[in-house]
Design a protein around this ligand. Structure first.
Ligand SMILES: *[C@@H]1O[C@H](CO)[C@@H](O)[C@H](O)[C@H]1NC(C)=O
Ligand SMILES: *[C@@H]1O[C@H](CO)[C@@H](O)[C@H](O)[C@H]1NC(C)=O
Ligand SMILES: *[C@@H]1O[C@H](CO)[C@@H](O)[C@H](O)[C@H]1NC(C)=O
Ligand SMILES: *[C@@H]1O[C@H](CO)[C@@H](O)[C@H](O)[C@H]1NC(C)=O
Ligand SMILES: *[C@@H]1O[C@H](CO)[C@@H](O)[C@H](O)[C@H]1NC(C)=O
Ligand SMILES: *[C@@H]1O[C@H](CO)[C@@H](O)[C@H](O)[C@H]1NC(C)=O
Ligand SMILES: *[C@@H]1O[C@H](CO)[C@@H](O)[C@H](O)[C@H]1NC(C)=O
Length: 528
């Protein structure tokens, strides 16, 4: 129905900038709209440095606070995935307390490389008790080395840790075990030979999963359950690695396959080790985001037809731990919001944004860094732990979805390549909307920063409907700025990750509409 409403694109030369005029047509009551959790934007952690994220002898309070902000806003137990590439380079040794890592030398393009060999010990997994109470955890074990004993010992240590009194007291649970990371790439990275295919993968996965499920009686427990897939790419059909291919190979018909509850897919928008303003604009582009995400629709349909959940278990802007001057910028925050909210419309229930210490695309840098994330150069003084621009996207999405426990989100249709929007409902009633302007306003631009005027029209206004709205803005100086953002005048760029500053919002009649600047997000909260 919405797409049939013609949008008006009216370019008006007004003073020194141009105003496009758009109409937002927002149903007052949720029509068919996707249900959404405030944990839509969640994290995935590279496990080589897990002990730095968590803290060893005491919790890492910066990381704790950054997560706790989200828990408080969303009112729901958080989700976190831990493992990733390092999970296939990890073994267990009962004589080690936390972990021992072997790192390759860093380079200009990879200032913070992943460890090539990780050995974890008896207190490693239990550090999960340092995260906010009630966190729902999904942890990976090693399939890459085809060492069943390693996967068995890791699973045993995981179950022991999650049954320990400090973790149980927190209400923190191990929801999923993931067996192998991006196994579709094993024949490219030397973990398997050229005969590797979905049928052989399914055979090995069943072998490992059977051992783990039988050894620890996963059939008789509420959790953990198992993750399926976790592939880097998809063939979108049975012709290569995809959910369809492994289902066709019988994974769900196996005994441990009956424990799969969620299929995980990984996705990056591309791989660029160098950045530019053009690359940033391309990342943010509404059309790129839609093409990128919608291609997974056939996989999602198949997965959901088996009653399974579908998530992006590992995602972020660009591989190479991010493109410098792109992945670490405010423009990436705009991308994160539109990408994640659009994903909710295509049947993706959650996105785990991948993080590692010093990666360019992090939402959070949880410890001080002594070399540049951009080029590895030594810093005169270390930068303390801090949040990066994308952290604001997690805050904004969580706030917009809200803590009702019964939220829906609906994409608004704008006939404009730079404007996207979403309406948020609680118990079926319209509460908020986000309008996103994805035109990259770059540092050094000499033309004025344009503004789009958006009129708000309610569908079903015979029911009455709100007459006033509160406007809250994500203030960004430039799309390529790496700091200095404010959300409603407040900053999260503080030494403890807690919000600071005085909340600044504007209340206007709904009939006034709202001006949205290039590279900006506004949240409208409707007041009945
Ligand atoms: C990884 O490190 C452990 C402990 O130092 C060592 O025993 C093992 O051989 C190493 N594995 C590989 C594959 O290098
Ligand atoms: C699982 O594998 C481990 C390590 O090889 C072995 O000790 C254990 O007995 C196996 N468990 C079952 C149920 O087969
Ligand atoms: C497999 O892992 C076990 C447990 O850590 C270790 O003792 C063994 O050496 C590993 N096997 C190989 C071939 O690396
Ligand atoms: C690849 O490895 C498998 C399992 O070890 C083996 O059966 C197969 O013969 C190998 N194929 C090639 C082409 O080397
Ligand atoms: C603002 O809009 C005008 C008209 O569409 C365009 O010519 C100009 O380049 C835009 N300014 C920027 C900074 O994009
Ligand atoms: C962001 O805030 C600054 C300081 O209040 C203000 O000067 C600027 O106009 C704001 N930018 C936008 C795009 O609203
Ligand atoms: C804009 O670019 C100039 C020159 O490179 C730089 O000094 C300034 O800090 C940049 N401003 C922001 C907000 O990033």
């Amino acid at each position: 129905m919405l797409s049939m409403v013609p949008s008006i694109l009216l370019a008006l030369a007004l003073a020194s900038f141009v105003c496009a005029d758009l109409g937002a047509y927002i149903p007052l009551l949720a029509p068919y709209a996707a249900t959404v959790s405030p944990t839509l934007i969640s994290l995935s952690i590279e496990q080589d440095n897990w002990i730095q994220w968590a803290g060893t002898t005491s919790p890492n309070t910066f990381f704790y606070n950054a997560l706790d902000n989200l828990r408080q806003l969303g009112g729901e137990r958080l989700w976190i995935r831990i493992g990733a590439d390092s999970e296939d380079h990890t073994n267990y040794n009962p004589n080690i307390q936390y972990s021992e890592d072997v790192f390759p030398a860093y380079t200009n393009t990879t200032p913070y490389p992943e460890a090539t060999n990780i050995t974890v010990g008896y207190d490693y997994y239990g550090l999960i008790a340092h995260l906010p109470a009630g966190t729902r955890v999904w942890w990976g074990v090693n399939l890459g080395r085809y060492n069943l004993t390693a996967a068995y010992l890791e699973s045993q240590a995981l179950l022991t840790a999650f049954a320990s009194p400090p973790v149980v007291a927190q209400g923190t649970t191990l929801e999923y075990i993931e067996i192998g990371n991006e196994a579709d790439l094993y024949s490219n990275n030397g973990a398997r030979n050229s005969s590797w295919n979905p049928i052989e993968y399914t055979r090995e996965w069943i072998e490992f999963a059977t051992n783990i499920s039988d050894s620890f009686d996963l059939y008789g427990r509420t959790y953990p359950k198992l993750i399926g897939g976790a592939f880097a790419n998809s063939a979108f059909s049975s012709s290569g690695f995809s959910p369809q291919a492994i289902i066709g190979a019988g994974i769900l018909n196996s005994a441990p396959g009956s424990l799969i509850r969620t299929v995980s897919q990984h996705h990056y928008s591309g791989s660029f080790c160098q950045g530019s303003g053009g690359l940033l604009q391309n990342l943010m582009l509404k059309s790129t985001i839609r093409t990128n995400v919608f291609q997974f629709a056939p996989d999602i349909a198949v997965v959901r037809s088996y009653g399974l959940d579908y998530v992006f278990g590992e995602t972020n802007s660009y591989a190479c731990h991010g493109a410098p001057g792109v992945s670490n910028t405010a423009g990436a925050a705009i991308w994160t919001l539109d990408y994640s909210l659009y994903a909710s419309q295509v049947g993706i229930s959650r996105l785990h944004f991948h993080e590692g210490i010093g990666y360019k695309y992090n939402l959070i840098q949880p410890v001080a860094l002594d070399r540049s994330i951009i080029d590895g150069s030594a810093l005169a003084t270390p930068i303390p732990a801090h949040v990066q621009p994308q952290y604001y996207s997690a805050i904004i999405a969580t706030e917009a979805i809200g803590s009702s426990g019964n939220a829906q989100v609906l994409e608004l249709q704008f006939d404009d390549p730079w404007t996207s929007g979403y309406a948020f409902y609680e118990w079926g009633v319209l509460r908020r909307a986000l309008i996103i302007n994805s035109q990259a306003y770059l540092n050094g631009t000499t033309t004025p920063r344009n503004t789009t005027h958006v009129d708000v029209n309610f569908i079903g206004h015979q029911l009455g409907g709100p007459t006033e709205m509160q406007i809250k803005r994500l203030n960004i100086s430039y799309a390529d700025a790496t700091s200095g953002l404010t959300w409603g005048g407040q900053t999260y760029e503080t030494n403890d990750a807690r919000v600071s500053g005085i909340l600044s919002v504007q209340t206007v009649p709904v009939s006034t509409g709202v001006d949205v600047h290039e590279t900006e997000v506004v949240m409208l909260s409707f007041i009945a």
